[in-house]
Design a binder for this molecule. Sequence first.
Ligand SMILES: Cc1cc2nc3c(=O)[nH]c(=O)nc-3n(C[C@H](O)[C@H](O)[C@H](O)COP(=O)(O)OP(=O)(O)OC[C@H]3O[C@@H](n4cnc5c(N)ncnc54)[C@H](O)[C@@H]3O)c2cc1C
Length: 448
Amino acid sequence: MSEIDEQNAFQVVHEGYNMHEAIEEAQRCLHCKIPQCKKGCPIENDIPDFVHELSKGNLGSAMQIINNKSNLPAICGRVCPHEKQCQGHCVLGKKGTPIQIGKLEQFIADFDTKMQLRREKLPQKTRGKVAVIGSGPAGLTVAGDLAREGFAVTIFEGQAEPGGVLMYGIPEYRLPKVVVRSETAKIEALGVNFVCNALVGENGLTVDSLFAEGFDAIFMGTGTAVPQNMDSTPGSKLHGVSQSTYFLHNVNAFNEGALGRDQVPLKDGEKVGVIGGGNVAMDAARTAIRMGSDVTVIYRRTQEEMPAIQSEYEEAVSEGVKFQWETTVEEFIAGKNGRLAECRLKTPDGERIEKFDRIYLAIGSRPANRIVSTTEGIEVDEKGYVKVQERPYGMTTRRGVFAGGDVVHRPQTVVLAMKAAKDVAQGIAQYVDALKLMKDVGIKIEEQ
Ligand SMILES: Cc1cc2nc3c(=O)[nH]c(=O)nc-3n(C[C@H](O)[C@H](O)[C@H](O)COP(=O)(O)OP(=O)(O)OC[C@H]3O[C@@H](n4cnc5c(N)ncnc54)[C@H](O)[C@@H]3O)c2cc1C
């Protein structure tokens, strides 16, 4: 682990701005008439407006502008692929350095958390009752938007704490858990009720039981919890071959003090291979190197084709992660003790055997079928992704049940899950309003 200070291995890699730096950076903004940065943001955050308020030191106003579009700015500020989105579109980037929009958003949101800058006036929760299943970016966004619009929202989350991938996937050095907790606390402060350790589809808690409890609509923001494996590759079931998401979950729990070091499936000094080329692979590789391993990422395509954010790749390289391009594992080979010892690799230069103590798979994931299999009428495609319709936006084939985020559009990004969820929240509002209107005028509606 040559490049990383072992004592501070999980400390945040990129510190945020202080007040002076943030205002100075905000003052560089040209406040373009047709802001390209806003076009580059999937949720069309009013970037020049909040940057302008920040440049004048008006942090309350800046936060208010952000709140109009985003429920999770402290998170987006840290983990969005800014280089492809807002910052990638900033005109200053054409000849020099773009405005560091992510860091400014992070600064404003963190300042708001620390100083409790403003409290919103909230409407009475009289417009209807909505259940949200899952508390990742999609579920939190639907809950926040609908609570602000006068709906009584309860989130049902299978894990012990809200946040989804934000809490259990993305590592501490990129997204501190204290930040996830403060963002979910802000959503709770909007009047959203959280029920954790509540896995819908088990122990009698089902979509039907939620309707029977009186919810008018239900949102599924359940993500893609089932990781893809390599069943067709010989040796894939060997001890020592496991999932990156499981490893990351364990290391997060270890960092939180919930697990001992011996419960993390990785020993100091082990030689690790991570199979995949996306952000999950980068997180697993950078986390394994922080746990004292020698790490190689094995990716079947070229460097240019790798889907991981460029900056993630560059940081992995600078931390000592090695990469093998256009390489596939043809066989996982057991040692004398019966566990993984080597891999047979197919490389552009031919086949070779290489020693590996651990392999973490990061080759994709798909939705679990826990809800679909316990509910009549929710159609999914051949891979288990939930089918939704345009009107009301985001409704599944079961009336009153909506879905959005990764469970619909395949694994993407935090902000794209938020974008989808914002649109679905509007679909839910329209649906519940129409339902109430029909009841009010005495039109009989069948049970959901
Ligand atoms: C390791 C990793 C790193 C990533 N890094 C980035 C990054 O840097 N930037 C970026 O933009 N994106 C990143 N992503 C992708 C991003 O996190 C996801 O696209 C996003 O979290 C999807 O949001 P979601 O709300 O749809 O699902 P999720 O975040 O997966 O949330 C789903 C929630 O539903 C809960 N749930 C599931 N089933 C049930 C049930 N039956 N009952 C109750 N609760 C249930 C789960 O416990 C979970 O909390 C990363 C993903 C991973 C795995």
